[in-house]
Design a protein around this ligand. Structure first.
Ligand SMILES: C[S@@+](CC[C@H](N)C(=O)[O-])C[C@H]1O[C@@H](n2cnc3c(N)ncnc32)[C@H](O)[C@@H]1O
Length: 347
């Protein structure tokens, strides 16, 4: 409770009032836990006062001059300049180290944008313009995303870190053949969040008829081009649209769900909550929509998903479905998990 109150502090007057509480801490009649609590309050308060003084010093030069009598303009300015330039140099050093590590052994065009940030033109992605240096690590893995990358595959910056690696997509498509000797002929699969076609292409390669939906016209255009490179575009219907709106108009044998996980930040969550972190709607909402389209639903999800939530999904279809969860590795590294719901694909 003490911490909550401190968060609300925003004026020196309030800080001072709270600081007086510290004097009570000297009483020998206080329990150990109360004394610890008060010590924490005092420490936090001191931190806030120091933070406040520092913030004032940088935000308002005049406030520093009046609060520190005798400090002349020149001194204030030179202190400010010194500290600012130290911060700048420190930041630049750090950034340069990250950039040189990322770009080591790569012959890439690095430029500075108008905000002083480094950007790179990536071979095969020239159409996308200069991209953030952070995505270079994903671009380095481009051949595991599409083995035929060098034949002219197109992806946008976002897809570099959201496309399903080919090895995983191949496996998922094979598994969905329901034991039909690796062939999906006569089966229709809806790829509800198709992106640039990582899964769509592998389903079509197994002879499924694919309804490939994405809300982003550019990604859908790239998916078509990529499918042409793999020679499977004639088995694919490309639709630019919102899956949530299109769902009631669709019927299929399988729905494949690979919705956005929330950007690369998802990895920071110790446990991934499919009810609050998936986009554009919760996991259970997506699952319900999909199970009205097809008796089999495949969900491609972060590796840290809560397994209880995945079990709960199986109860949402009518009748409740059997399911299997598998963990997907690429070159020995755990990348994601896939949950298969429905009697035909859960075995
Ligand atoms: C994780 S990516 C899918 C990647 C895809 N499996 C692949 O291998 O290329 C998610 C995709 O969902 C699309 N998307 C987001 N909201 C959508 C919606 N409401 N309807 C259809 N697509 C949507 C995004 O444009 C993005 O391409």
């Amino acid at each position: 409770m003490a911490t909550e109150q401190l968060h609300g502090l925003n004026s020196i007057k309030e800080i001072t009032r709270t600081y007086h509480i510290g004097e009570i801490g000297r009483s020998t009649r206080l329990s150990l836990s109360r004394a610890k609590q008060l010590k924490h309050v005092i420490n936090t308060t001191l931190r806030i006062i120091i933070d406040h003084l520092i913030t004032t010093a940088f935000k308002d030069k005049d406030a520093v001059r009046s609060s520190v009598p005798g400090l002349c303009d020149q001194t204030t300015q030179s202190i400010e300049q010194d500290i600012m330039s130290c911060q700048k140099v420190g930041k630049q050093d750090q950034q340069s180290t990250v950039i040189s590590q990322t770009l080591a052994d790569l012959d890439l065009n690095v430029i500075l944008d108008e905000n002083g940030r480094h950007r790179v033109i990536l071979p095969g992605m020239e159409e996308e313009g200069p991209l953030r240096v952070e995505v270079v690590k994903y671009w380095k893995q481009r051949h595991s995303l599409f083995s035929r990358w060098d034949e002219g595959i197109r992806v946008d910056e976002e897809s570099l870190f959201s496309v399903t690696p080919q090895e995983i997509a191949e496996h998922q498509a094979l598994r969905c053949c329901c034991g039909r000797l690796g062939d999906g002929s006569g089966l229709v699969v809806v790829d509800a969040f198709a992106g640039v076609g990582g899964n769509t292409i592998q389903f079509a390669s197994r002879n499924f008829h694919v309804i490939s939906i994405d809300i982003d016209p550019k990604k859908s255009k790239y998916a078509r081009r990529n499918a042409e490179i793999y020679g499977v575009s004639e088995r694919i219907e490309f639709i630019v649209g919102d899956f949530l709106e299109l769902a009631p108009t669709l019927k299929a044998d399988i729905v494949f769900l690979s919705p956005p996980w929330g950007g690369p930040q998802y990895i920071k969550a110790e446990k991934y909550d499919i009810e609050t972190m998936l986009q554009p709607v919760s996991g259970s909402c997506l699952f319900k929509l999909a199970s009205l389209i097809a008796p089999n639903v495949v969900f491609f999800l972060p590796k840290t998903c809560d397994l209880n939530q995945l079990a709960h999904l199986s109860l949402l279809s009518q009748p409740s479905s059997r399911y299997t969860v598998e963990w997907n590795y690429v070159k020995g590294e755990l990348k994601a998990l896939t949950a298969y719901y429905g009697d035909n694909i859960a075995n």
